[in-house]
Design a protein around this ligand. Structure first.
Ligand SMILES: [Zn+2]
Length: 401
């Protein structure tokens, strides 16, 4: 391993490149441990609500306590993700309450030595000082509040500290990037008047407004109406990977100007154009193999995602590279500055993550890559959590908290 690295370093030196500094493992870990790593999007609750034990010693999927500790995770926003299907029959609120209970009861209360329930920037720092992982919650999908500000306030009281205005589905008050070209969906040209009230009520409560997943016009409307900075809990750059779910340069720059932060998503499909281009050819092969493997088994969606992740590796299909992830960070730095970058992995919510970044234990691999790219320890501390804490504090201050 060491020899390979030295060889690469020498080769780079011979080629006349600037990055010749060799980074030791000790330096990587020293810098890594000096950060307060806040990941604003992990979908493991989706699995926990079905009975998965986050304290398990069996490594499957992207997330469990042991690997969170290996990865040096300081604070985790657990996604309270509500699939769009729950809109039918008004089942969204009931599902939201179940997932909140999964986080509070099955994750935080079950493992009090590992997690501390957190609802503020101060709590995050306090948990970190006590050597615990701060555990927070964000709702993914504005339909969770069933068009009721009363439910929104209830969710805040239960500890929800951000809400993603939409998931892939347009709801009754905000357009999503996920169905803009889908026939039969009633769109609103961004946020409706009630949607604007939702944003204002979130501002008043001190709940962070998350624009990941929303349509471009919804983003612009939200940016205009919100009196506190807004953020993207798990989004990447459209200039590098052309997915409608990613942010354009214009959006990133405007969000940063208002003090917000883009928490970069690790999903291959949001990081790598090469991955996106390979899908038409590779997807049918992957699907066929998936059907073969899971024939006769009844898998939940999160369990199915784990199988896809494994099969993609076994079949040697295209994945994003660690350098793609670094490129997105670099791109945001170039157009909007170091203050606009954060981490929103989407672990356990996606079927493909970059090579080398296989699960939550791998964050130090990213730290090494950033050091090699010339990022300072101070830069990395900002990216990993400093920037996000600044935004969270601004949202709290705007609410008078
Ligand atoms: Zn998402």
């Amino acid at each position: 391993m060491k020899r390979t690295r030295l060889f690469i370093a020498l080769t780079v030196a011979v080629l006349g490149c600037a990055q010749t500094r060799q980074i030791t493992d000790a330096e990587v870990m020293r810098v890594h441990r000096s950060t307060l790593l806040i990941d604003t999007h992990n979908d493991v609750p989706w699995r926990v609500v079905d009975g998965f034990d986050i304290g398990t010693k069996v490594r499957s999927g992207h997330t469990d306590i042991a690997r969170m500790k290996e990865g040096g995770v300081g604070a985790q926003f657990f996604a309270v993700y509500i699939p769009g299907e729950f809109v039918e029959g008004n089942r969204s609120a009931s599902q939201t309450l179940k997932v909140i209970d999964a986080v509070r009861h099955d994750i935080i209360e079950r493992y009090p030595n590992d997690f501390m329930f957190a609802t503020s920037a101060k709590d995050i720092e306090e948990a970190h000082k006590n050597g615990k992982i701060a555990a927070l919650m964000g709702i993914e999908g504005g339909h969770a509040m069933e068009d009721s500000l009363r439910l929104l306030r209830d969710y805040y009281k239960l500890g929800i500290r951000y809400m993603t205005l939409t998931h892939s589905n347009t709801n009754n008050w905000a357009d999503s990037s996920g169905d803009m070209t889908k026939a039969g969906v009633k769109h609103h040209n961004g946020l409706t008047n009630f949607g604007k009230e939702v944003v204002q009520e979130m501002n008043r409560l001190g709940m962070m407004v998350d624009i990941s997943h929303v349509a471009d016009k919804t983003f612009w409307d939200t940016l205009e109406v919100s009196k506190a900075p807004i953020f993207a809990s798990h989004s990447s750059c459209r200039a590098l990977a052309n997915a409608p779910r990613n942010m354009t340069d214009e959006m990133i720059v405007a969000l940063a100007k208002k003090g917000g932060v883009v928490q970069v998503n690790f999903n291959c499909g949001f990081l790598s154009q090469k991955f996106l281009d390979a899908q038409p050819a590779e997807s049918p092969r992957l699907e066929a193999r998936f059907k073969q493997e899971t024939a006769g088994k009844k898998l939940s969606e999160p369990e199915g995602d784990i199988v896809y992740d494994r099969l993609r590796k076994e079949m040697g299909l295209t994945r994003a590279k660690l350098s793609d992830l670094v490129d997105h960070i670099d791109h945001i730095k170039k157009i909007a500055g170091i203050e606009a970058i954060g981490i929103g992995s989407d672990y356990n919510g996606v079927t493909c993550v970059p090579e080398g970044m296989d699960d939550v234990s791998k964050y130090p691999v990213l730290t090494r890559a950033l050091l090699e790219k010339g990022y300072s320890a101070e830069d990395i501390r900002k990216i990993y959590g400093g920037n996000f804490l600044r935004v969270m504090r601004a949202v709290e201050a705007a609410a008078g908290k």
